[in-house]
Design a protein around this ligand. Structure first.
Ligand SMILES: [Fe+2]
Length: 198
């Protein structure tokens, strides 16, 4: 298993107290178990259960949760990833939401499943359906489902589904997103253009 972490204080000098070191070890142990379980996810229900059980201490998570004011749509920090799974932390200010998008996987041979857990606040996940295409090649989409999620609740975005996720509440929103396989970074040309028409 290849487990990679980003932005972690891996050198001893970055951990100032014994408690922080203990917490770090505890978190690494949890992430290793999570990464091992991810090698054999047989259903969305299993993924949901895994994400529900991934309780990382707030004090440790805080370095991955930041907020960026508009025009940013959210703030995002990868926490860890392996060839089969990726976990990221997101901070959403009131009124911020993503563009409409799908989740192309790292290998660009299909789509990822997203499991979104609300850590704090209220989020809204909207699912869209394509109803046509404009002369400019934009995919015309209409909303067909919207789900409001509170702290501790989980939304699933199935492979290939077009969605918008965001914070329609008056308070900040913090979410933990798990993608399997990990996401691929599409270039501007590769990224489909969507226009919401209803
Ligand atoms: Fe998404």
């Amino acid at each position: 298993m290849h487990l990679r972490m980003k932005s972690l204080p891996l050198t001893q000098g970055d951990i100032s107290t014994f408690q922080e070191k203990e917490e770090q070890q505890e978190v690494f142990a949890k992430l290793l178990v999570f990464a091992q379980q991810a090698e054999a996810i047989e259903s969305v229900e299993k993924a949901k259960e895994m994400v529900k059980g991934l309780n990382l201490p707030k004090s440790w998570l805080k370095k991955y949760i930041t907020f960026k004011p508009a025009p940013a749509k959210y703030s995002h920090h990868p926490i860890f990833w392996t060839p089969v799974i990726e976990v990221s932390g997101f901070g959403w200010e009131s009124g911020q939401e993503s563009d409409a998008h799908t989740h192309t996987n790292l290998y660009k041979n299909g789509f990822s499943t997203a499991v979104i857990k609300i850590l704090e606040g209220t989020g809204v996940n909207q699912i869209f359906q394509q109803v046509g295409e404009s002369e400019l090649g934009e995919k015309l989409i209409v909303g067909c489902q919207a789900q409001e999620l509170k702290t501790g609740e989980i939304a699933i975005v199935h492979p290939g589904e077009i969605h918008v996720f965001g914070n329609k509440s008056d308070s900040p929103l913090v979410t933990l997103h798990t993608y399997y396989p990990p996401l691929g970074n599409l270039t501007a040309d590769e990224r489909p253009k969507y226009r919401i028409v209803g």
